[in-house]
Write a protein that binds this ligand. Structure first.
Ligand code: KIV
Length: 271
């Protein structure tokens, strides 16, 4: 019998020496591959950029996130699946956020939701947790807010910035999040937040001292090569493989080598 799926409490209990391995997935085939190796799969709103070709992570709706969440749940059985609440679906007030979170969980069956923000979102995180939905926090660089904050800026660069990251982490932990993503933050600050916090810190552009790591799978396997941030390590060039396969297919169709009779139906077998 398959081992039961990890949940938010399992992830929370991984604080410490072991590492929480996380990647994104947006569809069933990718979820199947990621599930075998990861503790947590994030259906991130980065899909706006790497799947839908949008300029920012804004512009995906709750309906879109739910459809991708359902696809990832169909393709996974072991990992804890977390679905991002997209921009515009939780910031207005806690009741709006609770309604969005409950809808995502009810319609996908995922284990938790993620939302971006520090101190200013603590009340919202607490409301969602009180409604019975586990929350993965997201502090440091916040892609949904990059536009309004002058771009994708590394956080914690001076004393004031570092102090803000510490306050954000403490507030989100106190609000009841089971873990936090910390993105695009000065290494020493991310290290210190990890040491101060009782819940796992999942780094991306943060620190090797974090309790876990996440990357966008498309970045990591070379499927999204428009821009590669410093924090991405490329483990494969799947984009090149696909291009080569497509070029071979096109050449064989044009030359008449594909399809062969072996790909057709009702063709008598030769002895
Ligand atoms: O949307 C996403 O993929 C994310 C990760 C970068 C953490 O939030």
């Amino acid at each position: 019998m398959a081992a039961p799926r990890l949940n938010s409490s399992d992830i929370k209990s991984m604080k410490g020496p072991g590492k929480v391995v996380c990647l994104t997935a947006y569809d069933t085939p990718m979820a199947k591959r990621v599930d075998q190796h990861c503790d947590l799969i994030l259906v991130g709103d980065s899909l706006a950029m790497v799947v839908y070709g949008l300029e920012t992570t804004r512009g995906v709706t709750l309906d879109i996130m739910i459809a991708h969440g359902q696809a990832v749940m169909r393709g996974s059985e072991r990992a804890c699946v977390v679905v991002d609440l997209p921009h515009g679906t939780y910031e207005q007030n806690p009741p709006q956020a609770v309604a969005s979170a409950l809808r995502v969980v009810a319609e996908t069956g995922c284990q938790a939701v993620k939302l971006e923000g520090g101190e200013e979102m603590a009340e919202t995180v607490a409301a969602i947790v009180n409604a019975g939905v586990p929350v993965l926090g997201h502090i440091g660089l916040l892609p949904q807010k990059a536009e309004s904050r002058g771009g994708f800026k590394i956080q914690g660069k001076d004393d004031e910035g570092a102090h803000q990251v510490y306050k954000d982490a403490a507030a989100i932990e106190k609000a009841g999040a089971f873990a936090m993503v910390i993105e695009g933050t000065v290494e020493a600050v991310a290290r210190e937040v990890t040491a101060r916090s009782a819940i796992p810190l999942i780094g991306i552009g943060a620190s090797p001292a974090c309790d876990g790591q996440i990357l966008v799978t498309q970045d990591m396997v070379g499927l999204f090569a428009d821009f590669t941030p410093k924090f991405v390590k490329r483990y494969a060039d799947a984009g090149k493989l696909i291009e080569q396969a497509v070029a071979d297919y096109a050449a064989e169709v044009r030359s008449g080598d594909f399809p062969g009779l072996e790909h057709c139906f009702g063709v008598p077998k030769k002895d």
